[in-house]
Design a protein around this ligand. Structure first.
Ligand code: MLT
Length: 273
C-alpha cells in the first residue's frame, strides 16, 4: 500500500500482526529483497518493508536527498501507521538509514538488526565512484547500477546454482527509477560518520555478515559489533553481500532467535510482592 507522508507517496508492505519489525532495503533494491523474511516473520510479527523515496514504488524526490531525509520519511511512516516503537532492521544502505534513525529518534526503537553494513562514511575515492555512478545512471538508466552491483551481491557458486535468484534480482534492479538511484548514490556519498554512535546504542543488537562480502567485509562488521554494547555477531558461511536473499534460511534463523531473545530481555520478570 502507499501512504502519504512528508509531502510524498511512500510504498510499504505491511504484513502480519504482533510486535512491529521494520526492514530497510539496500541499493539498488526495494522491499522485494525482504520477501523471504516477510514470509518467515509475519507469522508472529507485524513486518513493515518500505521502499525509500525514489526507489521501488515510492515517488521520486523533488529535492536532494540525505540519509537523514530517508530516515525522516521512515519516522513519518511510523507516525502515520501509529507505530510507537519497533525493531529496526537495516541491510547495507538500509543500515546507513538505521544509523540516521538512531541519531534522530533512538526512543522509537527497541532492538536493532544490522546486516552487511558499515558505520564509516565514504572517503574521497568512494565519493568519486558514487558521482560516476550517478552520471552512468543518467547515461544508461538503472542497468548501470545493476551491472556494477550484481557481481558484488552473491557468490560465484550462487550465480551457478541459483539462476532463478539472479533473474529475480535483475527484475528488481531493472525496475528501479534511475533518477531515484542518482539521489540515493549522492545521499550515500555524503552520509555522516556513524562510528561515534556505536557505543551509544543501548538496545539488543544483532549484526550479520556474509563470509565473502567485499562491500561490508566480516572483519569490518566484527569491529562494528565490538563497539556496540552487548551486540551479537554472526557470519553466514558461503555468502556474499546480499545475505537475506542469498542465504534466507540461515538469515531468518538468526533473526527469529534474536527477536525471541530480545522480547524476553525487554519483559519485566519481577513477580508481584
Ligand atoms: C547496498 O547494498 O545498499 C550498497 O552496497 C551500499 C553501498 O553502496 O554502500
Amino acid at each position: 500500500m502507499k501512504k502519504h507522508v512528508n509531502g510524498t507517496e511512500l510504498f510499504v508492505q505491511d504484513q502480519g500482526q504482533g510486535a512491529p519489525v521494520i526492514l530497510l532495503h539496500g541499493f539498488p533494491l526495494d522491499h522485494r529483497m525482504w520477501q523471504s523474511q516477510i514470509e518467515a516473520l509475519s507469522a508472529n510479527y507485524r513486518v513493515l518493508a518500505p521502499d525509500f523515496r525514489g526507489m521501488g514504488q515510492s515517488d521520486l524526490p523533488v529535492t536532494p536527498m540525505s540519509l537523514t531525509q530517508y530516515a525522516q520519511d521512515i519516522l513519518a511512516l511510523m507516525d502515520e501507521l501509529r507505530i510507537e516503537k519497533a525493531t529496526l532492521g537495516g541491510f547495507s544502505m538500509g543500515g546507513y538509514v538505521a544509523f540516521a534513525l538512531l541519531r534522530l529518534a533512538p526512543e522509537r526503537f527497541s532492538a536493532l538488526i544490522l546486516a552487511n553494513t558499515r558505520p564509516e562514511p565514504d572517503g574521497q575515492e568512494g565519493r568519486k565512484n558514487r558521482m560516476n555512478m550517478a552520471v552512468s545512471l543518467y547515461d544508461k538508466g538503472a542497468a548501470a547500477a545493476r551491472n556494477a552491483m550484481l557481481p558484488k551481491l552473491v557468490t560465484e557458486a550462487t550465480v551457478q546454482e541459483q539462476p532463478q535468484l539472479i533473474d529475480s534480482l535483475k527484475v528488481i534492479m531493472d525496475s528501479m527509477p534511475a533518477e531515484g538511484l542518482v539521489h540515493a548514490s549522492i545521499a550515500m556519498a555524503f552520509r555522516a560518520d556513524s562510528v561515534g554512535l556505536l557505543p551509544t546504542i543501548s538496545v539488543p543488537t544483532l549484526v550479520i555478515a556474509g563470509e565473502q562480502d567485499a562491500i561490508a567485509p566480516p572483519d569490518v562488521m566484527k569491529s562494528m559489533a565490538d563497539q556496540i554494547p552487548g551486540a551479537n555477531f554472526h557470519v553466514i558461511p558461503s555468502a556474499s553481500h546480499l545475505t537475506p536473499m542469498e542465504k534466507p534460511e540461515a538469515f531468518n534463523d538468526l533473526v527469529l532467535a534474536f527477536l525471541k531473545e530480545a522480547s524476553l530481555k525487554s519483559m519485566d520478570y519481577r513477580s508481584p510482592s
